[in-house]
Write a protein that binds this ligand. Sequence first.
Ligand code: C2E
Ligand code: CA
Ligand code: CA
Length: 694
Amino acid sequence: MRQSLLIVDDEPSVLIAMQTALEPLATIITTQDPKQAISLALEHKPSLVLLDIDMPQMNGFEVCEALNRVPELTDLSVIFVTSYSDADTESKGLALGAVDFIAKPLNLNVCQLRVSNHLNLKSQMEQVLTAHQALHAEKEQLKVTLNSIGDAVIATDDSGYITYLNPIAEQMTDWSSSEAKGRFIDEVMVLTDANNTHEVLNPIHVALKEVRRVAMALNVNLTSKSGRIYRVEDSAAPIRDNTGNVFGAIIVFHDISESVAMATRMMHLTHHDQLTGLPNRILLHDRIYQAISGEYQPDYVACLLMIDVDNFKYLNETYGHSDGDRYLMELSDLLERLMPAGATLARVGGDEFVALMSGVISTSKIDMLVNQILEAANKIVTINGNQHKLSTSVGVSLFPKDANNTEALMRHADAAMYRAKALGKNQFCYFSEELQDKLSARMHIEKLLAQSIENNQLVVQFQPKFSLFNQQMTGVESLVRLADKDGSLVPPDQFIPLAEEVGLIKQLGEQVLMHSCQTAKQWLESGMPLQVSVNIAAQQFNDPNLCDIVANILEKTDLPSRYLELEITESALMEDYKTARDMLINLGKMGVSVAIDDFGTGYSSLSYLKFFPLDVLKIDRSFVNDATHDEQAFNIISAIVSLSKSLKLKLVAEGIETEQHLKMLQSLEVELGQGYLFSRPVDEASIVDLYKKH
Ligand code: C2E
Ligand code: CA
Ligand code: CA
């Protein structure tokens, strides 16, 4: 910006001369009236005022004094223009703050040079001043920023001595900025490893040494002067001047105690069972993984104990879930007390616990622990005044002997536990090769079963039933099989219980029912009126939809209902006898006949038979087999015969293998029978052949 210059002189000729000489240097404002000087100076804010001393109304000194008194004009520089050259005048002028004198008569050249020099000086001073102001403003802004920042900030010089702390850093370290200034960073910021309390190198040292940003360190605790501990996250960076030289470093950190606490709580929640506070399946898997991966000694074992409460369901259902929960808590306490140091006890399911130990452990030590567990579980536990004496079954699997991964180790311990249950509960069982074989066989069959059902590939065979008087074929029993990959047929004993366990039995039953009715319908159409008997599992019989399902299949296959018979067991009837009775009444209304399968093996009380509307009793093959040499079995059959007569039920004998069996049954007047003597279960085509032969 162009500077301006105020000239005050009462002689017009001087004003004109100076104006012309100085115009190239600045904007010139002139006045002859010294009284106007102040208002003009205020208006134009000139850099320089040239003042004549000798003026009539007001001399130059007086004008200068007046100018000095105006606060807005303190920056103004005054040069006196005068013909006086005595020392007194000069010193008076200088005392009033004048920066120079120009002598009259004017040498315009000298005048020009002097003014020019002063203007330059003035402009340089202004530049310095504005630079200084800008710097000051910037510094203030920086300070405000650092003070209001949410993180703690500490700055040091290039040797790590503190130059600045913001208020948050003051709060967290308990050092005031002034106290801390000049101290070594390590004295003010005491950092330790949160896991092992070892000292941690302040990242500021790394930032200074390696001249780079140092990212956040994890797991660091900051201890304040008064001993408070914060979990902090920090990062440091060197600070450089504009030539790139590092002159210090800055560290920024904040308190993450709360989020760490939160994360820890979350971690605990996701890794522990709420009821007992024990590790859950997730954490257990982690521990197993740690126990079986990495280097281990030759005799090292990891031992997994699967602990399952026997008959827990009974306690839960009889006394309620809250008692059940209380029991589990008591048991978890009892078990936890038995755990050796370093062992993990986890709860992995309702009433399932797992203990994991690892190291060089002898079998006798494992046996001892398992026995202690069984014993502890036999303790009488009192809940709400009720005494409970329960037991557990324990399965043991070992790494590396039985399995080399977490999944298999768990599965094998589980299999061993089921074995212990099957052997009578309240005992333990080690996983073995034999169990392994059973397990693989089971897995194979489980897969085959699921596939066969999915693809509707179940094989149904039929075993014919005959009149024992005239050898006429009266019907067939449907018997399901699984076709294995090698073409062999898997017998139902090997997969029906499995289907019940895994929840596939209803689907299986429906497919067999459908296939049986379709086949019976075809036979009927080709002149073979054969009744088909279909085995119905307990789960199917207790399904309220059974009647609808049967009705639907009869309608679809267009088979008259009298050609269908359902075989159910006594135990299925007794599960819920009122509902069972309604079911039987409905089936009777539909015209479907119902047989009791394996009769005589289940309930010894025969009085219930009157209660149920039934059509047929099937004498179990064990009686038929024994009756020829065992009098008691013979007597049972003869009792069943009289019972059936009085209740007007048809009788079918199963398992007729010999002529002797046949004669014995004929002598007792049993009317129908099936067995290997007549035919094994065969395919549809063979039934047609057999029918034609008889
Ligand atoms: P079950 O209902 O008692 O069926 C009769 C079983 O005795 C059949 O065995 C049959 O092959 C066998 N058997 C027939 N005659 C003789 C004989 O003279 N001597 C001997 N020792 N056995 C004879 P299978 O086919 O192995 O069926 C076994 C069991 O599987 C059946 O016993 C039945 O409870 C069940 N089952 C078969 N098919 C089905 C089905 O589709 N659904 C349901 N839920 N269970 C079925
Ligand atoms: Ca049967
Ligand atoms: Ca049977």
